[in-house]
Structure formats: C-alpha cells, structure tokens
Write a protein that binds this ligand. Sequence first.
Ligand SMILES: Cc1cc2nc3c(=O)[nH]c(=O)nc-3n(C[C@H](O)[C@H](O)[C@H](O)COP(=O)(O)O)c2cc1C
Ligand code: SF4
Length: 655
Amino acid sequence: MPEGPSFPHLFSELTIGRVTLKNRVVSSGHDTVMAEDGLVTDRLIAYHEARAAGGVGLIVVQAAGVHESARYTSHVLMVSDDSCIPGYRQLAEALHPHGCAVFGQLFHPGREIMESQDGSAPVALAPSAVPTERFHVMPRALPVDLLHEIVAGYGGGARRLREAGLDGAEIVASHGYLPAQFLNPRVNHREDGYGGGAEGRLRFLREAISAVRTEAGRDFVLGLRISADERSHDGLTPDEALAACRALDADGDLDYVSVVAGTSATLAGSVHIVPPMSEPNAYTVPLAAVVKGVVRVPVMVAGRINQPQEAERAIEAGQVDACAMTRALICDPLLPVKAKTGRSEEIRACIGCNQACIGHFHAGYPISCIQHPETGRELAYGTLVPTTSARDVMVVGGGPAGLKAAAVAAARGHRVTLYERSRRVGGQVLLGQELPGRAEFGGAVPNLLGEAQQAGVRIVTDTRVDRALVEAERPEVVVVATGARPRRPKLELTGEPVVLDAWQVISGDEAPAGHVVVADWRCDWIGMGVAELLAHRGHRVTLAVDGYTPGQRVQQYVRDTMLAAVYRSGVRVIPTVRVYGADASSVYLQHTLTGEAVVVDEVAALVLAQGHEPVDGLLEELAGYEGEVRAIGDCLAPRTVEEAVLEGLVVASEL
Ligand SMILES: Cc1cc2nc3c(=O)[nH]c(=O)nc-3n(C[C@H](O)[C@H](O)[C@H](O)COP(=O)(O)O)c2cc1C
Ligand code: SF4
C-alpha cells in the first residue's frame, strides 16, 4: 500500500483538454435533489462549495436534461433553455475561487423514466420500442425529427454551460441512458442509419459530440461517461463499450472518458449505479484500466473508492488518471485536504450504506449522509458555531446519537462527558455490522468515536447512569441517548416453543438445529440479514415478512443485493403475513390482506425481528431535574442511525 501523508500521485496535476486539475480527486455527477424547477439553487451551491473548500480537484455537476423529454424525475436539473445560465454561473463563481474545476453533465434518459411530473405517465423515448424491465416502461421509437432535436439539445446545453463559465461537460452515455441505448444492439433495432451495424449505433453519439463542438467550441472540455460493463442480461457488454470508446477516441473530439459499471434498465444492473458495501472497494478500476489501454485521453473511474490509499494505488499503477470519490466526499467534504496534509486517519470513510445519499434521491429528498448529516444542510449546519457560554454537558448513551451529540457539543466548546453502559460505544451498529455482507457498517463507530475524541469528549464506559449519578455530577445539560431494545409483541405461545429475538441470534445465540422461522415486521436489514445468517449456520429458514417483500424499507440497491443473497442461500420467503403465535413445532401467521391463517410446520425455533421499543427510563427518572434535559435518537422513537446522528447534530447545535 502506498505510504506517506501526501499521496503524490493523487495530488499531482492532471491536464484534461485545456483545463489543468490541481489534483485527481473528482466528485462525479450526482443528482442532489437540490435543483428547483430545473434550476441551480443556493442550497446546491452551498453543498458543492463545501466540497470545493475541502480541496476536491474537479466537481462534475449532476445530470442536466438537454431536451424537454429528458425530465426523468420531477427534480432533474435542466440545460434546455437559457434560464439555466444565471444559476450555473453563480455555481461556477462560487467554486472557482477554491481552485476547483467545474464540469456539467449533458443528459437524456431515453426510456429510463423513473417518475412523472404530475402523476400521469409521460411518453418515454428510445431508439426502438424495447421496454425497460426495471421501470416497466414501454417507450416510443424516436421519430427522426425528434432525434435531431435531442442531438441539438446536447449542443445547446454545452453552449449554455460554457456561457455560464463552466470548464467543460460530459455526455452521460453510462448506465443505460439514451446514448447507451443507441449503442446497444439489443435495444437499438433501427434501420435508418442510427442502428444496424456498430457504425450506425455510434451515429447518435457522434452527432451529439459534433453538436457540442459546434456550439461550445474545441477548447471547451468534453468527456464521455460510459459503463464499461452494464452487468445486465441485455446490457452493453464490455466488448461493445470498449469498441465505442476506441472509435470515439479515434475521432479526436473527446477530452476524457469517465468509466463506471451498471445500467438503470434492470434491478441487477442498477445496483452498480451506486454500488453498496457488498461490492468491493475500487472494484471498477480494472474495467477502467482496460478502457485506458485503448484510448489516448485521460480516464477517470468511479466505484466505491472511499479512501485516498485506494485512489493513489490505482493512479500510481497507471490503471486510471483520476478517481471519482463521490460518496466519499458526500460523507467527508474535507477528505482531500485531510489526505494531503497527513491527516488521513481523520477521514470519515463512506461505508457504502446508500441510505441518505442515493436513498434520499430515490425517495425524492435532498441528499445527505447518515454519518454526516451536515451534508445537504450546509446552509443550516455547514458552519460550526462556537458557543459563547460553555456548559457542562452529560451525554448518556454511546450509540450514534450520543456520539454525534457529544462530538458536536464539544467541538462547539462545551465540556462534554459521554457515559456508556457497556464496555464499548457504538450501540446497535455493533450488532448491525455482524449481519452477512454488512461488516463495513461498523465503520460508523470508529468514525463517530474519532470525531468525539478529537473534539475532546471525555468517555466513560461500563457505567449505568441513573438520577443519583446525574445529581452527583450536576451537569447543566443532560442529553439522553439511551437507545432501544428489541420489541417483543404479545404472541399466543403454547407448548414452550423456542423464541429468540434477532439481537440474540446476531450475538451468537444458537437456535436448535432444524427449521427456523424469522418473523420480520420492520422489513429492513435485520430480517434479511438474520435469515441469511441462520441459513449459513445450517438451518432451513423461512422468512415471513409483514410487508410486500423483505427489505421493503431499505434503499433499493442494498435491498436487492441482500435479497439476492437471501434467495441464493435457499431461504423461503412468505410475504404479507403477520406473526400471531407459536407452539413447540409450528408458527402461526396471518395473511395481512385476506386475514387467513398461514401455518408453518416442523419448526424448531421462531426468531423475532419485530423492531424495537425505546429505552426511556432515565428520561422519566429525570423529570423535574433542574438542568436542561434533552432526548434524541431511538429513546425518543426507535428509527435508524440516520435519525440518531441527525438529532445528535441538531441538539448539539442548539446548546
Ligand atoms: C445521490 C446520487 C446521485 C447520482 N446521480 C448521478 C447523476 O446524476 N449522474 C451520474 O452520471 N451519476 C450519478 N450518480 C453516480 C455517481 O456519479 C458515482 O458514479 C457513484 O456514486 C459511484 O461512485 P462512488 O462509489 O465514488 O460514490 C449518483 C450517485 C449518487 C450517490
Ligand atoms: S449515506 Fe452511507 S453510502 Fe451515502 S455517503 Fe453516507 S456513508 Fe456513504
């Protein structure tokens, strides 16, 4: 592993076209859900400015529609008319003083329409009327006059970005969007010169590139984003993608290629758009290295590069010229400056949970980060405000809520002591990391603990706090963050069945050999993870979910990789059932739609994944305490790490 604080290759300049980047750390295009009416907002500018101030070399601003038919979500940015110019100009003017280059993305989704503007389904367009599996959309084959309009849209969009002062743009031909649909012989069945052989399938992209050059000039940087492997049963293959890169590079009109994997068209392919923690770090680097072998222009890559060491290694080995570290920067905007100045151990590493970044995007909310809720909230929480009256703060509970509250309160200048009942801080994260494929989730603990320690929080473990201890310490503020325990709903149990809760199984308690039913109410990570864990331990497993599917509440790419693992491990799934009882050999379920009984026989144990209930005893005990008492996280209402950390930030900012 490359050593040394400065990462010499990562922090060397890179010239792309007429632009020289100060380093090779890139924030690749990512929809922030911060655009309004298709335009750049103050919130979006503040978001990117935090990353520019943190030292990133290049920011590629999110996908922007080049034509009215490109509105694939209700919140996409648009470059289809001149009204976009002032907002982009403000953005460029905010980022450039930090020495950060700014590119835009020229985007058309083709058939990949995710949502509509008003609830009615728009007409999706594609090279041919070939449906997309994931969004269940049957597109219309593009009439040639409309095709020409869209091609012109790439040129017009680039001209506007140039007028706004951006340094360049890239055509989004990745992830199965419109240009990739033209390249793909299984999606493009045209016989009018835009299909047929490989040359015909390249024509759309060539005309779009030419329109950009005509409208924005040869000295405006132009890149191509492409999935070097769409990883889908009918996606663009590595050979096809490579041939397109080779041909377009040979034309001489591109300045760089940005390599990713995956496609929006299928569930399995879309996982790679924002690969979750189950994908290895930097796993797309070999794909990019192959592209680099056939093109003359610089190549960048994105895909789970979350630490400077990985980026340095790929660049030093000559596999790529620059590395997108997109979620790494969503999670820690200061990553570049920390890496460059020998403070890499302070980097808050992205754990690939996908919950508040792409999870928020899919739910239609501005993106954030579960470990760094300041992200996306820069206007409210972007600047740490030192306190003018330092107070003694006792934080009770060393889970994510308590750790974040303690870290921020101490960083603001308060005198903070954090008490944790058990030997280790981390709360439920310590259990979550034990689920199959979820080890990286545990990274949230050292990240949060590091922040607290660095801010000067005094940490006391193995200590249970009660009112007497509070009275003895007399803190001016008590922040109660005592978390939650497993919920055991009232069940009809006869004949002494073996009933365990998910926490016991994760902690290593063995169920009796044989068939185990996991009754999953929350439809989150725990039910799926425990079912897989039990299957690995040799049990026959039935996963009974009180929802449409296991993982219903989990971000799609995470859910789908976990679901695949559940099916692969032979777990039987019963959807839409609630658990109401068990006896020594059967579990009694009820269908949530029909009300009919569903009995599972020959069962050795029932495992409950029925959510949690708050541990709020201390809160009650402290009624009438003379100091300020605040409660955050699961002890208020059991939710997830995201809400816990956010509430820690909010409460500490208010003290
Ligand atoms: C919230 C979110 C939105 C994204 N939107 C886009 C987009 O607009 N255009 C694009 O080309 N890629 C988009 N991506 C993909 C990223 O550019 C990047 O390829 C991906 O996050 C993998 O890189 P990472 O592992 O460094 O995060 C998005 C990613 C995230 C997390
Ligand atoms: S929410 Fe999770 S995946 Fe997204 S940036 Fe934060 S740590 Fe990374």
